[in-house]
Design a protein around this ligand. Sequence first.
Ligand SMILES: Cc1cc2nc3c(=O)[nH]c(=O)nc-3n(C[C@H](O)[C@H](O)[C@H](O)COP(=O)(O)OP(=O)(O)OC[C@H]3O[C@@H](n4cnc5c(N)ncnc54)[C@H](O)[C@@H]3O)c2cc1C
Length: 483
Amino acid sequence: MSERTTTFVDKVVVFSQIAGLIVQLLAKKIVEGTYTTITRLTYKPPVSKTYINDAETHNIVILGASFAGYELTRLLTQCLPSGYRIVLVERNDSLHDCWLFPRLSALKGSELEPKAFIPYGGYIRSAREGMVEWVRSEAQSVEYTALDSDDPKDVDIAGYVHFNDGLPRLPFAFLVAAIGVPNPAPSRTNLTDTSSSISLLKLYQDAIEAARRIILVGGGAVGVQLATDIKSVYPEKSVTLVHSREHLLGRFGIKLHYAAMEALEELGVDVVLSERLDLPTEATLDVPKLLSSKLTLKDGRVLEYDLLIPTVGATPPSSADALLPSLSSDLHGPYLPVRPTLQIVGVPAKAPISDRVFAIGDVCDPPFPVAKMGRAALAHGVTVRDNILALIKAKGGKHKTLSEYRPEPVESAIKLNLGIGRAALWCPGPGGRSVVMKSTKEPKDLRVDKFRWFLGVRNSGNIDAMATATRAKSEGGVAPSLK
Ligand SMILES: Cc1cc2nc3c(=O)[nH]c(=O)nc-3n(C[C@H](O)[C@H](O)[C@H](O)COP(=O)(O)OP(=O)(O)OC[C@H]3O[C@@H](n4cnc5c(N)ncnc54)[C@H](O)[C@@H]3O)c2cc1C
């Protein structure tokens, strides 16, 4: 196996695995299609359009409507039994396509910013009326009910989600945390409305345009993409990328390090490896700050800069952090420990209530390595859908064996943008093999329209479920269901 280059055998091994997965995916789509048709014909919508004062309907509450939570919602709408509704709680007014954020922090005047914020609703437009209720709010804490029964059928109300914006507590029969993990700007905006998020990206554009000497701290995907984008938009600026380890992009394979180094060198980015910096205070804020300063490297070299952007490190704690201890008493940093079934470990409640609490996406931490990637977040939904259905169908406290999530190597794949027009696709396969494929014909907009289309955004008849939910709440009403 070659460390740097992709061999013919690497390609055969990796692509045969992908071909196998595509066949499985197509077979699943056919089965899903059949389920959707049956569900559309048989599902009886709840009498009440909202969870408020509705004791009849059991709520499957999903916290967070990004890659993990939105996909699980779609999957559940295909098979939801009558008597259940999905309540999707999300603090943002749109889905953030953060994959575009490094580009939109560097590139000014593209008018692409609004496209990175995707209206909610279109992805599940085929759901039956009353299946999904949207709640625009930030969950603050979770409370579990005490129950002395072993029969999962008894668990109509396993607990409540609490808010602090006046919404009544939300009862749940099942709870799924899909809340992601905090990340500093500009990889995330950490703002809940689209217009403030766009303004923050524009602040980065202005700061980058004004700075002559820029230091980026952190050689992960965001640091590398930002460095190469800045240098390809502004070749005259001095751009330095400082990374604490010997190789860039440690979460991915070594081949991607070499592909990134090649692009960084060609563009003229100065790369400093194996250098752990103490971040100055101004760099820990979630807004860019221009100032003339300098820092000294361990070899004595002094780097002067006008702008320092960390792409690693902690973000200021948000109110959502209070949610984590109420979900599990066994936290690992910002992560929720889960079993292979994706049920949360350490739920402060007894079974069968504790069996009904799951975590998916970046926030979940199973007892084996998983990629913190969009593809993995999508895959988790299948396991949790199957397990919720198995628990719903349980008889006399007995249910079928729960499904276990098994990560596929391809879930770690990434298309790394390496400056305007250029990218490297890294894809791992079985036996530690991987391929890197370079491209120099990438569109500036990173094909955002395709992603919006995938998420149900159409030229006409767009749905904006969260706008409707937000409007209803501000008018003192309740968040309505999807249609
Ligand atoms: C710049 C960048 C580029 C990336 N590129 C790729 C790539 O090329 N390929 C790839 O596969 N992956 C990529 N990723 C990783 C991918 O985006 C994440 O793995 C994915 O977003 C995880 O999805 P998630 O649903 O678990 O969490 P998130 O996307 O973090 O979403 C969590 C959601 O929960 C909401 N939320 C949190 N707390 C609460 C609360 N208390 N109440 C209500 N709502 C709440 C948030 O508002 C958010 O919408 C990239 C990430 C970044 C930052």
